[in-house]
Each structure stands twice: as C-alpha cells, then as structure tokens.
Design a binder for this molecule. Structure first.
Ligand code: ADP
Length: 264
C-alpha cells in the first residue's frame, strides 16, 4: 500500500489511526478493512454483536494479534512494523514489548495473579518491567488503589475480593504503567449486575481525567453518556460510526437498529 508509513504524528494527530485493517483466522476473514481514528483524550466505544470482530480489533492494536493487511499507528508509531526508508519490516519481540508497554488493557476476566495481594499485583510490572524503585511503586499503587475506591484493600488477595473489586484492581494495575491508551474488552460483562456500576464509575472518572480509551461494551448507558465517538461493527466491518446521539439514538442502518433493539 502507498500510505506514508513513517508519519510521526504530532499532538494534533490521532493517538490511534487504523487504516483498512484486515485479519483472518485460518481463512476466516474476521476484520475486513477497519478504519478508525481515535483522538487524544477521546473515549471510543465499540458496539456490535458477538463475533463481529471487536475483541480481535482491540487485540490487533495491542499486538496480541498481528494484522494481515492495512496499518495501525499508535502515537505516530507504526504498530507491528518498522519503516526503513519506505521498506516495512516486522518488529522484533523486544520492540513489540516496548510498544505494548504504552497501552493498558483490561479484559473481561481480571487475570490478577492469585498469589499476590492487590498492592503486589499493581506493583509487579512497574518494578519488574520498568525497574521502578520498590517504595515509589508501592506509593503509586496505594494512590491508584484509592483512585479506584479500594484504598483499604492493599493487602487483600484476589480471592478475598468481589469480581468488581478485582476488576478495579486490574484497572489500577494497567494504570500503574502510565499508559497513553487504555483498551477495555467488555470489562463488566463477567460481573454480577450489582457490581457493574462501581467499575463503570472508575472508567467514567478516567475518561473525565482525559485518558484516551477504546471500550468494547454492551453497556449502552455508558456508551451514550461517556463516549465521544461510537463505532458499530458487524461481520468484520464498521457499519456506522459517529456521536452517541447519531449512532445510538438515531441509527441509519437496519443492522444497527436491530442490534440496539436486542440490547434494550
Ligand atoms: P467479538 O469481540 O465482536 O465478539 P471476536 O473478535 O472475539 O468478536 O471474534 C470474531 C471472530 O473471530 C469469531 O468468529 C471468532 O470465533 C474468531 N476468532 C477470534 N479469535 C480467534 C482465534 N484466535 N482463532 C480462530 N478464530 C478466532
């Protein structure tokens, strides 16, 4: 493709730019040319039926999957490739790890280390990966625990916490690496309904603080209230995208309308 592959974008450029992203698994085309710009400080919600490719797209941004076609830039850097004067090369594992460190990801399942306390879970990556001083890492972890409403739980093990509390620790853990982008993959869908609100509140607070976020969610209230931009995907394509008022309240496509009807 002929796009300029080395555009180091400035602060006025999107933090994330996806152009014609394609991904197949064993011949099954899951992403069929996804385009998306995410501006700095924006919250983008990805909506769509199960199997439409939302998780795969998030995983491509974070390089948990490699793309088969198109390009993704995060903060001006080509994700998954290096540009040598117009020639593209795949990145080394080390370069991929460096890019991934800039991106926080929160999964449906919280994936905390069961043998570590909440505090230790949060400190682990800053100490091991960044080489942060232990005392400094602990202080920052305590701050983050307070930020997610768990200032009294540093010594709790995951098994002693509710699902919602574990998910808030997982968010704090991702934030401990000072990511420039946070990806959320259905962060509340494994939770009992009464625990969902606390997690969404933490995410709202983060959005208010200006964090750039891409959120796969079925929480229409959150998407309507918090998202700056909503993307409806179906069958590996973006069917429509725009403001929540446009996409959720006034969808133009029948596929979007029937999905939203099922969500009510
Ligand atoms: P969504 O998040 O919208 O539910 P996914 O991205 O999880 O959709 O999945 C899209 C399609 O890709 C599904 O058909 C799924 O089975 C398939 N898929 C996802 N990951 C893999 C994988 N690692 N191997 C094979 N197929 C996969």
């Amino acid at each position: 493709m002929t796009v300029s592959d080395s555009t180091r974008t400035g602060d006025d450029q999107p933090l994330v730019r996806a152009l014609n992203v394609m991904k197949s698994f064993h011949g099954n085309e899951v992403l069929k040319g996804i385009d998306l710009d995410v501006q700095r400080g924006q919250v983008v919600c990805l909506l769509g039926p199960s199997g439409s490719g939302k998780t795969t797209f998030l995983r491509c941004i974070n390089q948990l999957e490699s793309i088969d076609g198109g390009r993704i830039w995060v903060d001006g850097d080509l994700v998954g490739f290096r540009d040598d004067g117009g020639q593209l090369h795949h990145l080394s594992d080390k370069q991929v790890a460096a890019q991934r460190r800039e991106i926080g990801m929160v999964f449906q399942r919280f994936n905390l280390f069961p043998h570590m306390t909440a505090l230790e879970n949060i400190c682990e990556a800053p100490i091991q990966v960044r080489g942060t001083d232990k005392k400094q890492a602990r202080e920052r972890a305590l701050d983050l625990l307070r930020q997610v409403g768990l200032g009294d739980k540093p010594a709790a093990y995951p098994a002693q916490l509710s699902g919602g509390q574990q998910q808030r620790v997982a968010i704090a853990r991702a934030l401990a690496m000072d990511p420039k982008l946070m990806l959320f993959d259905e962060p509340t869908s494994a939770l009992d309904p009464e625990l969902v609100g606390d997690v969404l509140k933490v995410m709202r607070d983060l959005a208010d603080q200006g964090m750039t976020m891409i959120v796969v969610t079925h929480e229409m209230g959150f998407a309507r209230d918090v998202a700056d931009h909503v993307v409806f995907m179906d069958g590996g394509v973006v069917v429509e995208q725009g403001s929540p008022a446009d996409v959720i309240n006034n969808p133009q496509h029948e596929r979007t309308r029937s999905f939203l009807k099922r969500m009510r």
